[in-house]
Design a protein around this ligand. Structure first.
Ligand code: OAD
Length: 238
């Protein structure tokens, strides 16, 4: 472990931790771009994780998300998630988690105020703007459930291809990135924007933590070749 990076953590006034799928790999959640076992093996995300796909075959896409929800409900936060949450408890207000992950594991580890840029797979929202009759506590059962009066469908509260990121989360993440003095970029391939752009927009130091090369290595003041669950407990021990 790079002693200089530990020193940066100790002295930083505000740290942003930007996480991607690799953050949850050691919890048993597959990453996206692993071609053998990845989340998108046997699945064409550009064709299915879109609003158009949902409207044309809602049951099929809903069922795919149900399978993922069931498997994520069975996994646990790993020592990396727990080290982040413990640091936040010891140092209130000093670390902001910005995540591309929809698995909710940072939140389940106890991290407060997580900025979930791509939504949360455990939650639903309305497909069309809700009308007066749309009441999430009185749904017509189905795949997917719907408003019993007008038929408006529920959908997973995740960001699909071609959709905007949630504006409030993105604005808060941009503000945190611009003002932090240290950004830890953990477990992301760094190829999906605007999330990856946060690491290029910060005036602070950037530390990349990833066992493999990533597209953000060139933005790193330091690149640590290790995993989230092994590096973060050591780095955030103070
Ligand atoms: P990727 O699957 O693209 O990248 C995962 C990264 O984690 C890779 O760089 C791996 O080398 C690294 N990695 C693997 N195991 C690790 C470990 N134990 N510790 C640390 N790093 C590890 O996932 P993301 O970068 O998160 O968006 O993908 C970004 C976005 O692409 C996703 O949020 C998703 C997708 O389009 C949406 O769904 C909107």
């Amino acid at each position: 472990m790079n002693g200089e990076v530990r020193q940066w953590v100790r002295t930083a006034r505000h740290i942003v931790l930007l996480s991607g799928a690799g953050m949850s790999a050691e919890s048993g959640v597959p990453t996206f771009r692993d071609t053998q076992t990845g989340l998108w093996a046997n699945f064409r995300p550009e064709q299915l994780a879109t609003e158009a796909a949902y409207r044309s075959d809602p049951a099929m896409v809903w069922d795919w998300y149900q399978v993922r929800r069931d498997s994520i409900a069975k996994v646990q936060p790993n020592p990396g998630h727990r080290a982040v949450a413990a640091f936040q408890r010891r140092h209130p207000g000093r670390l902001t988690v910005v995540t591309q992950n929809v698995d909710g594991l940072h939140q389940r580890a106890g991290s407060p105020g997580v900025l979930a840029l791509h939504g949360n797979i455990a939650e639903d929202r309305w497909l069309d703007a809700p009308r007066a009759c749309c009441d999430a506590s009185r749904l017509r059962d189905g795949r997917p459930p719907a408003c019993s009066a007008c038929g408006n469908l529920r959908r997973p509260a995740v960001v699909w291809f071609g959709e905007m990121l949630p504006a409030a989360e993105l604005e808060a993440a941009e503000a945190a990135a611009q003002t932090c003095d240290l950004m830890l970029v953990v477990g992301t391939s760094g190829v999906v924007y605007p999330a990856a752009g946060l690491a290029r927009a910060t005036a602070g130091r950037v530390v990349v933590i990833n066992p493999e090369p990533s597209a953000l290595d060139d933005a790193g003041d330091a690149v640590l070749r290790g995993t989230a669950a092994t590096m973060l407990p050591e780095l955030l021990a103070g």
